[in-house]
Design a binder for this molecule. Sequence first.
Ligand SMILES: [Zn+2]
Length: 525
Amino acid sequence: MNMLAPFKLSHSGRPSSRRQQAASGKRLALVIVALGVVGSLAMNAGHAAGLRAGVAKVDITNLQAGPVSDRLYVKALVLKDDVTSIAIITVDAVAIGEIGTIGNDYLPKVRARIEKELNIKPTNVLVNASHCHGVVCSDVDQRTFQAVKEAARNLVPVQVGAGRGHEDRIMENRRLKLKNGKELDVRHAYSLPPDEEVAEVGPVDPDIGILRLDRQDGRTLAVVYNFACHPIQGVPGGGNTADVTGFASKVIEDNLSDGTIALFLQGCGGDINPVLYKDVDNPRSAEPLGNMLGLSTLQALRKIGTRHDDRLTVLSETIALPRADVAQRIISLQAEQARLLQSLQGTSLNLKTFIPLVVKYNVSTEFPSYYSHRYLHEKKLGRDDLGKHDAENRRNMKQYIDNIYVMEQLTRVQTNLALLRKHQADNLAAEKRTIDVEVLGLRIGDFVLVTFPGELTVETGLAIKQASPHKLTFVAGYTNGYIYYAPTAAQLRNVGGAQEDSDCILAPEWHKLYVDKVAEILKKL
Ligand SMILES: [Zn+2]
């Protein structure tokens, strides 16, 4: 079907289905061979000049928030054909509202101004947060509008291409499946479980979804790329940073035509962390990970051809998702907390006496307390004072270690219990038992995207892509609002065990409603 695109005869604004296209493909091909010359003349003579696009970026780094490692940006891509205008905005921030510096009034404010001054409908404005944990400036709404305005002022005709890249070295699934059937996650907020309790890890999504927009003369104008990973690695020294995806965008921009802008769309990274997130031996650095992601994107980009393609469609739907009721879960976690507390055992040791003993008893398991000759001397005299002394120390150390494991579990329970309580209170205070969320469907040429305002886990993204009728389908969470984590229904059976299932306001039924809605949208795109 690619060869047909330059000769598209009319622009209905309505996408035709794949099946229709396939059925009529052969017939059309014949007609077009005959009409090719006429078709291209018609196109040049006033049919859609095709897609036009403009890009801009504005620095949104908060310079009052301490040392800066690298700059944070809001970036805008405005796309326009005869009937449709859209704006894709990416923000190096943790979320669009609810948490972090960006307030809940940001999205309506920015959209209203874009509509008023630039005539782009609110539902045609997509705002995605990279989910980096950098600190943005307080007038981020104004700077966002500034970026969109600048992008809209500099529209040029573009050629469109789409494809996918591959990167699997920089991230890992952070939900650990334990041998006891429960799931834990990898956070700095609490300790990992003992290694021997971990049975399995979840999947990652190595896809980099890529939209390439070139100017007519072949120079690159914009790269939109989608990938699933929390950009939370940080930088040595701890300065303000756009993290992994900030570095990736810089690599992409630095290696393409002057003025090219790389816009990162965070994917289903809810349970995906950067690798070595818990490294304690070296300062963690987002830069090498970002460089790898950027280079993998560039590698794929080189293979993506662009062509005239004026398919531009945006669909916006609102769905009502059920709010969770975790009252029972809170009660059982409180019981678990009480049980753990009571399981702490008496031990003669404290940290100061425990640590040297651990070293001694691991350096020499046979003669930990003194040189071997003293043990041999006692043996010769038929005494076992040292042996009894060692047994007592070992008993105390075991109790101390057991207490440490209980402390680690208590820390996890307490952290996740606090999240459950907060969301339970908010859900009870909410006016409705459901929450309305906005889902966008977008087609730009072969590039197809669906969105969600929460932190989708990677399995949701993988399943949507697999079920989609379109080859190049991608999913962006963290878009047009923020409603916390959105784990799958199966993951929500583990409520309270990991951050994703505790930091969540949704009942398990949300998942099918969303996936069904996405399928419906994808069919129309
Ligand atoms: Zn997150």
